[in-house]
Design a protein around this ligand. Sequence first.
Ligand code: NAP
Length: 252
Amino acid sequence: MNTKRRTAIVTGAARGIGAAIARRLAADGMAVAVIDLDESACADTTGSINDAGGTAMALAADVADEAAVNKAVAGVADALGPPTVLVNNAGVTRDDLLFKMTAQDWDTVVNVHLRGSFLMSRAVQGHMVEAGFGRIVNLSSTSALGNRGQANYAAAKAGLQGFTKTLAIELGRYGVTANAIAPGFIETEMTAATAQRLGMDFADLKKAAADQIAVGRTGRPDDIAHAAAFLAGEEAGFVSGQVLYVAGGPTN
Ligand code: NAP
């Protein structure tokens, strides 16, 4: 439990990993702003937090849109107090082999993950510096190590690791840490869509993935939420600039 109520922002938190992180941070005592493209899509996440006695609000913003990001962060600060925890989770995939990948699919993926995390972090850091406390958690991926059909996504997720380490260096003296979580295969709509694209049943894809994972199962959003709660916690102030692979085993 946090001793002081912090305000957290979780992007892409209408569903999947982001929703689990938002619920977990709220359960740990934080007021949580749930940001996604569509405000009404956030109702499940905010409703479950408020029903459990927590505090949550929903805001619509495209994290790659500079004006929308600045407006959303100002709205959070007004409504819930200065945001001092930020989880850059919003993400998309546009998978294809390099020779078929369009420039638009490249730009979409790089913009949401990299430009989005940059804009959100820049908008929030002033509140963190003023508070002398901050926790930035960026969602990378095991795909950062290379993954067939994901040149755009792998580049963005590897880029996020360099971004994270640089924020850690620049902001550390102000009490702000920055870390990345690199999940392996997590059961969400994102991986369900991968199964569809490959023409596979989701259960078959999960089984094939689990066979390659040391702990013998695929991950769940709560596995990532647990790691995010640790990195966002008051007591994790000496952990910064790290990439935590949460993948059920060692990665290559
Ligand atoms: P998901 O189920 O597809 O959820 C992603 C959420 O982000 C959706 O609600 C989506 O909204 C939202 N979003 C997309 N673009 C956005 C934008 N420009 N601005 C604001 N919100 C936006 O994905 P997930 O599996 O939970 O993944 C969450 C994060 O973990 C992503 O960064 C992903 O790359 C990363 N990750 C996932 C896995 C995995 O196995 N699932 C593994 C490694 C890393 P819409 O529905 O409206 O598009």
